[in-house]
Write a protein that binds this ligand. Structure first.
Ligand code: C5P
Ligand code: MG
Length: 220
């Protein structure tokens, strides 16, 4: 049997020469922020009130980890526990598959891609081979607030990474590996920054206003 490394290299999605989807038809909004910044909570609000499809990279990875017969289950498990970023080929393939499954018949679909791209190489590969993004919603939150939220969530989430040691590693990965993505998109004026050190309802009020300013009306 081929090694996991070789199997990863064979996944096609990340290496295609041109985007699989036309950004005129498919709207992609990346949703970024540290662990516990409120990405998932705000995406749930948006999914309820707009016609967005919500794809969480972390959720897709956890599903693949638990899928019987997955070649990548153990690899994903190890990366998630250590708070490290899973090789982009795997994540991008899962996202592309989920996008295909969710695209409406007429082809026009709006996606919130939550927790992705977490690394500059993922950003470049996804935009070149899957779909360029419209902009990035960035939830900017202090580590103190995020830690409190994650420890609280950890009481019931059952997640292997909502514990103090994994949280510390995830914070480090966010600062060292994921913030460069936000910085690069910011330099291109493609980031909508949301102050996220406040209660979820207050955050959502700001999100709605900022989306409207980018041409996405409430309910659309
Ligand atoms: O976004 P979420 O907190 O659910 O992600 C959990 C973990 O999944 C991350 O800490 C990381 O190990 C993995 N992940 C990844 N690449 C992504 C998103 C998540 O490796 N783009
Ligand atoms: Mg999440």
């Amino acid at each position: 049997m081929a090694s996991t490394e070789a199997q990863i290299q064979q996944l096609p999605a990340a290496s295609r020469g041109k985007p699989a989807f036309d950004p005129e038809k498919i709207t992609v909004i990346f949703v970024l922020g540290g662990p516990g910044a409120g990405k998932g909570t705000q995406c749930e609000n948006l999914k309820r009130d707009y016609s967005f499809k919500h794809l969480s990279a972390g959720d897709l990875l956890r599903e693949e980890q638990d899928r019987p017969g997955s070649q990548f289950g153990q690899l994903i498990k190890d990366y998630i526990r250590e708070g490290k970023i899973v090789p982009m080929e795997v994540t991008i393939q899962l996202l592309e598959n989920a996008m295909r499954a969710a695209i409406d018949d007429e082809g026009k679909t709006k996606f919130l891609i939550d927790g992705f791209p977490r690394k500059v190489d993922q950003a470049h590969a996804f935009e070149a081979s899957v779909c360029p993004s419209k902009f990035t919603l960035f939830f900017d939150c202090s580590e103190e607030v995020m830690e409190a939220r994650l420890l609280n969530r950890g009481k019931t989430s059952g997640r292997a990474d909502d514990n103090p040691e994994s949280i510390r590693k995830r914070f480090r990965t966010f600062v060292e590996t994921s913030m460069p993505v936000v910085d690069e998109f910011s330099a291109q004026d493609r980031v909508v920054r949301i102050e996220a050190n406040q209660p979820p309802t207050a955050i959502y009020d700001i999100v709605k206003v900022r989306l409207a300013a980018r041409g996405i009306a409430f309910g659309s």
